[in-house]
Design a protein around this ligand. Structure first.
Ligand SMILES: *Cc1c(COP(=O)(O)O)cnc(C)c1O
Length: 372
């Protein structure tokens, strides 16, 4: 899908988002959700893909339930999603109240204090209720949620919880969370319930309840640890090759002289660095993580993977293209950092992190293109 047909510009970083792939991934999650409705987590600018383009496309596919982190994200989406339920995961506090009301957002109430605040101020407007069943992050405790159900205030429109370990299908906390959540949800008759993120959807029907909330799988990430990634890549990030230089065996590359060349080499110097979210921990050499994960990140030229040499720098990354034919890559060409030939999960593993962090770190210097 390397977008050769895009107009040439001054950009040295380019990002292409394939909206058809996004839509196909959502349909796959919807089908896996069985009888449950399938929503979408579009927080953090739709995991870096651009929520203003991603969310309307998901709505066109039939998605009606969206989850953002804060009211600002919800406000920006409201005009683009006039009919959707937009849930604000971080909940409500005084400063956010006016925006939540004005833009018809649904706060996800995360504590008894937030519940009282909403009851006293929102005159019966809809809200969702988050129950903490094992994260110790957001949500009422199960006992607090049961007390809430028995109270006299208006019922929520959605009761939800969040898995801590769904990416490890055999983890005992998954079953414990399902049981605890089912018990709490039963105290809210006629209220829809939601538990599963992308990985949770793979657990199967007992985790689905009435609504699922996939995020990473929609954007092409791997949901379940150790299971090969079956999602279509959505994001292609590319760097401009600024020049290709020759260097001699025995010379070193980049800061700290951390990589010493074992052969005469051709090195593509590429216009993306850690300031673009191409993490320094992905360096080929010279960073502590290389002791734990020996293989650094790689880029690709026409499908052939080429390793990063030495340390990734702020704006530049050096890539070993010695094994490619002389004319395979030259100044002005684009080299793939993540995309169809370099799974975002591989880049994440090399940097000791997860695809979520890679995607949400892609910075503002990328020239963005949307296809399909
Ligand atoms: C981010 C998030 C999701 C989506 O999780 P993925 O692992 O990306 O599928 C679902 N629910 C909540 C509460 C979240 O914070």
């Amino acid at each position: 899908m390397t977008p050769r047909s895009l107009p040439d510009t001054a950009a040295t970083a380019r990002m292409t988002v394939d909206l058809d792939a996004l839509a196909a991934n959502w349909r796959q999650m919807r089908d896996l959700s069985g009888a449950a409705r399938c929503g979408a987590a579009v927080k953090a600018d739709a995991y870096g893909t651009g929520a203003d383009r991603a969310a309307p496309r998901l709505a066109r596919e039939g998605c009606r339930d969206f989850f953002v982190a804060d009211a600002g994200e919800g406000m920006r989406l409201r005009p683009l999603l006039p009919d959707a339920r937009i849930h604000v995961l971080n909940g409500v506090f005084e400063g956010a109240f006016a925006d939540i009301i004005a833009h018809d957002l649904i706060p996800v109430i995360n504590s008894p204090q937030q519940a009282s605040f909403w009851r006293d101020n929102a005159s019966g407007r809809p809200y969702a209720l988050h129950v903490d069943t094992g994260m110790n992050r957001l949500g009422l405790s199960p006992a607090e949620a049961v007390a809430h159900a028995e109270g006299s205030g208006p019922a929520p429109c959605l009761v939800m919880s969040h898995f801590a370990c769904a990416d490890e299908p055999g983890h005992p906390l998954n079953d414990a969370q399902i049981r605890t959540f089912a018990g709490v949800a039963a105290c809210f008759p006629d209220v829809e319930a939601s538990l599963a993120n992308s990985a949770g959807i793979h657990i199967g029907a007992r985790a689905h309840f009435q609504l699922t909330r996939p995020g990473i799988a929609l954007y092409g990430g791997e949901a379940v640890a150790g299971v090969s990634n079956r999602m279509r890549p959505v994001v292609t990030a590319e760097a401009r090759v600024l020049l290709v230089r020759r260097a001699r065996a025995g010379q070193s590359v980049s800061y700290g002289a951390a990589h010493v060349l074992s052969r005469d080499s051709r090195i593509a110097v590429c216009g993306v660095g850690y300031a673009d979210g191409y993490l320094r921990n992905g360096s080929g050499a010279g960073v502590p993580i290389r002791k734990a994960v020996p293989q650094g990140a790689s880029a690709a030229v026409a499908g052939t993977r080429c390793p990063v040499l030495g340390k990734v720098t702020m704006d530049l990354t050096m890539v070993d293209v010695t094994d490619l034919p002389e004319d395979a890559v030259g100044p002005g060409d684009w080299i793939e950092l993540i995309g169809p030939s370099v799974d975002v999960e591989d880049t994440a593993t090399a940097a000791g992190t997860i695809s979520y962090e890679i995607l949400t770190s892609l910075g503002h210097r990328y020239e963005r293109h949307y296809v399909n």
